[in-house]
Design a binder for this molecule. Structure first.
Ligand SMILES: *Cc1c(COP(=O)(O)O)cnc(C)c1O
Length: 423
């Protein structure tokens, strides 16, 4: 909408540019109005990387990863990372691997869904394809299914931390192209019982002669489970025979800045050849299967940096520290009698609600917290769940000192709002 009071430069490109230092100053000033990433309690994405990683990112920002010949070594690094991640996820054969980086889990999800639809079609099916998921699945599944004209059969959760396996079984039919399992629900952190889903599907497939597989949305848990001793034993990945594909967010617990995801298939057969774009390059033939074409290689290089610099033990220490801090926050919240925990997660995620329905709109509370810089997300749970929850994600950058300060503010702000609304 044209507004006569809007300064010219806000809706037009300036005729004459301004000096770089002035542009820097002006834009930085404007950006000060943003929230501070450290205080973003709801975000999963990494907000800080070591100086050496930043340097590598700077040095590689201009390299377009799609130019395989020009940047053949980058291509080799990319292929190497796919193998490293494949091995973390126990692919049956690292030489038969099929995977790629993406711009995030959502792009990976789109491609995985496309592949599932094609596999289903190649099996001679002709009806209208459907996808079975639960109400704890991320919104990007609904978005991709709509883009790809796939019917979504959403099975509602009635209890936050209980997977409705019988209702899932009942939703599957011959046109089901796959079942989505989440390793870490975005909203409360609950992890689906993937071993049981695999067993249930094996029985269904045997009974009806179908070939329904699992895609694991491990956007969050994919970079948590492989590093923590007691979670390493949990079979959720390619160790389970029906897991056909997995997505992970490199920019969440993969510890890389926003803009990086990973998509892995069990083997070459799981991704139809027809969907791959082939390009020859210096050291062989490269097959690409992402939506986007040009993309900077810098975040891929940053992922390589993390693997090299942290190693298994570094990731383990960082993630265990997040889990430890989440435990401390959980205990503190249990002590606040106006708050009640909603989920118990194996991931560093703490979701909670007010013990009693508050007499004030929740937004008043979160706005008061915002004045103290905290950005606390809240939302109504999906499906049959009525609760409105608040959620805190414990990231690498969140210190104990911050957590204690946060708990103090949660309490103080509650008192203030409550007083205002009872007098
Ligand atoms: C974050 C998230 C996504 C979307 O991933 P992006 O990496 O942000 O594109 C999908 N699924 C789950 C479970 C998530 O937590």
């Amino acid at each position: 909408m044209q507004n006569n009071n809007t300064p010219y430069e806000k809706i037009h490109v300036l005729q004459e540019g301004i000096p770089a230092y002035e542009a820097l100053e002006r834009i930085s000033k404007e950006l000060e109005k943003d929230g501070l990433p450290n205080y973003d309690l709801g975000s999963y994405t990494a907000i800080e990387m070591p100086a050496e990683a930043k340097l590598l990112i700077q040095l590689t920002l201009g390299k377009n990863m799609i130019n395989k010949n020009e940047y053949s070594q980058t291509t080799i690094i990319h292929e190497r990372l796919v193998k490293i991640i494949g091995n973390l996820l126990h692919v049956p054969d690292e030489n038969d691997i099929c995977g790629s980086s993406t711009t995030g889990s959502s792009e990976a999800i789109f491609m995985a869904l496309l592949a599932a639809k094609w596999r289903w079609k190649q099996n001679g099916n002709q009806g209208d394809p459907n996808l079975v998921l639960c109400s704890n699945a991320h919104i990007s599944w609904h978005k991709s299914a709509r883009f790809l004209d796939i019917q979504v059969r959403e099975v509602p959760l009635h209890i936050v931390n209980e997977y409705p396996i019988e209702a899932v079984r009942a939703s599957i039919d011959e046109n089901t192209i796959g079942v989505v399992a989440v390793l870490g629900c975005t909203y409360v952190g609950f992890c689906d019982p993937i071993v049981q889903i695999n067993e249930m599907l094996e029985a269904v497939n045997t009974q009806y002669g179908w070939d329904v597989g699992i895609h694991v949305d491990a956007a969050i848990g994919g970079f948590v489970y492989p590093f923590v001793a007691h979670l390493q034993k949990v079979r959720w990945d390619f160790r389970l025979p029906l897991v056909k594909s997995i997505n992970l967010s490199g920019h969440k617990y993969g510890l890389v800045y926003p803009g990086l995801g990973w998509l892995l298939f069990r083997d070459q057969n799981c991704f139809p050849e027809e969907l791959k774009t082939t390009a020859e390059y210096l050291y062989g033939v490269s097959k690409s299967f992402t939506v986007s074409f040009s993309r900077s290689s810098s975040l891929i290089i940053a992922q390589q940096f993390c693997f090299l610099h942290y190693g298994m033990n570094g990731y383990k220490n960082i993630i265990e520290n997040c889990l430890w801090n989440a435990e401390i926050l959980t205990e503190a919240i249990q002590k606040c009698n106006f708050l009640q925990l909603v989920s118990e997660s194996t991931l560093p995620i703490v979701a909670f609600k007010f013990t009693e329905e508050p007499s004030f709109p929740l937004v008043i509370y979160t706005e008061l917290l915002r004045k103290r810089k905290w950005m606390l997300p809240y939302y109504k749970l999906s499906g049959e769940l009525e609760d409105t929850v608040m959620r805190i994600v414990i990231r690498k950058d969140m210190t104990l000192e911050m957590i204690f300060r946060l708990v103090e503010d949660l309490e103080e702000c509650y008192k203030i709002v409550k007083n205002e609304y009872t007098t």
